[in-house]
Design a protein around this ligand. Structure first.
Ligand code: SAM
Length: 335
């Protein structure tokens, strides 16, 4: 018996109706019987559903590595299919078992969890594959978002594919796609580099190389480096649009579009702006006008051949309308 809340649950509603009719839902590898979920409006969880676990008989999932995306903020973004898989796998390999434990608690799942993080990925890959080869279905999750995207998991997935072990994606939130979808910038072509190197010449070089790719550049950045990144974008991404996507799907979500040259100002205007998580995107270099990165670079270098740096920066600022400080920094600071 079940009752369904009035929430719009899309296909899930259809699945539940099938279950109510005692029918079996069996799409590809995702089989579940009427016993898997009973839902009651009497004790709804935050999804408006209560999953009854004690009397359920779980159909066995086909063995394999289920790569399961989890929310990047809003817990309701955990998909019904992700809940189903996480409930039914023999073991969840989690980046941080405490973080995943909190998530599982929200959906009333008690599962066996094993830590699987960047430090243990190599040593534990064999264990994961052995578990699957013994016939089990296991899930891989990270703290937030899609595993293996700037998160542990890539080497495990590669090893599984190499060993002919089934790898099954369970898609859902990713900061990358979420940010790009609300940036107003072209998604194709786009170039995702994850995190830049933390400091020094490698950071500058990494940014310059990334900015030279055509299309939109997408970066992840930690809050304690966002000011530094803003400074560098003002210097190296001249003439390009920058979008800061902060705290996506969370209470203080912000999506801000500025022109390069205004990044540092935007970040520093309010101390709250350096808090939280960021995806930073840089729009493609325009192919018209003097304010493209390449043209500005050439102009600046030409002026600097004849003039002292501060005069060259000042003249270049007058011609392009860009910040003199950023141009001067571009000339003098290569680290
Ligand atoms: N695998 C994850 C994914 O697919 O979203 C990303 C993991 S990476 C270690 C974490 C970074 O993703 C953060 O430092 C931040 O740059 C970005 N991020 C994660 N959640 C975010 C959010 N809610 N808003 C903005 N950026 C976020």
């Amino acid at each position: 018996m079940f009752a369904l809340s009035a929430w719009n649950l899309g296909d899930w509603r259809f699945d539940l109706l099938l279950l109510a009719a005692g029918q079996r839902y069996d799409a590809d590898k995702r089989a579940c019987s009427q016993d898997v979920f009973s839902c009651s409006l009497n004790q709804p969880n935050q999804f408006g559903l209560t999953y009854v676990t004690d009397s359920q008989t779980l159909n066995t999932l086909p063995s394999g590595l289920y790569v399961v995306a989890t929310p990047i903020g809003e817990l309701m973004d955990l998909s019904p299919r992700a809940i189903d898989i996480l409930r039914r796998v023999a073991c969840i390999f989690a980046e941080d078992t405490r973080v995943t434990g909190q998530l599982l608690k929200h959906v009333n799942i008690k599962a066996r969890m094993v830590s699987f993080n960047a430090h243990t990925e190599v040593s534990k890959t064999a264990q994961v594959l052995q578990t699957i080869e013994a016939g089990d279905a296991v899930a891989l999750v990270s703290d937030a978002g899609t595993p293996a995207i700037s998160d542990p998991g890539r080497a495990l997935v590669a090893a599984a594919l190499q060993a002919d072990v089934s790898v099954i994606p369970v898609p859902g939130p990713s900061a990358l796609a979420t940010a790009l979808s609300v940036s107003g910038l072209p998604a194709s072509p786009s170039h995702f580099i994850g995190f830049l190197p933390a400091k020094g010449g490698a950071r500058t070089e990494g940014l310059e190389t990334a900015l030279a790719w055509p299309g939109t550049l997408v970066l992840y950045e930690a809050p304690h480096r966002i000011e530094d990144l803003a400074d560098r974008l003002d210097t190296y991404a001249m003439g390009r649009t920058v979008v800061f996507a902060r705290e996506l799907t969370k209470t203080f979500e912000q999506i801000i579009c500025v022109e390069s040259g205004q990044c540092a100002d935007w970040v520093r205007t309010n101390p709250d702006r350096i808090r939280g998580e960021f995806v930073v995107m840089v729009g493609p270099a325009s192919d018209s006008g003097v304010k493209t990165d390449l043209d500005v670079d050439r102009l600046l270098k030409t002026l600097a051949r004849e003039l002292p740096p501060s005069k060259a920066a000042s003249l270049c600022a007058e011609i392009t309308g860009l910040s003199k400080r950023a141009l001067y920094q571009k000339l003098t600071d290569r680290s």
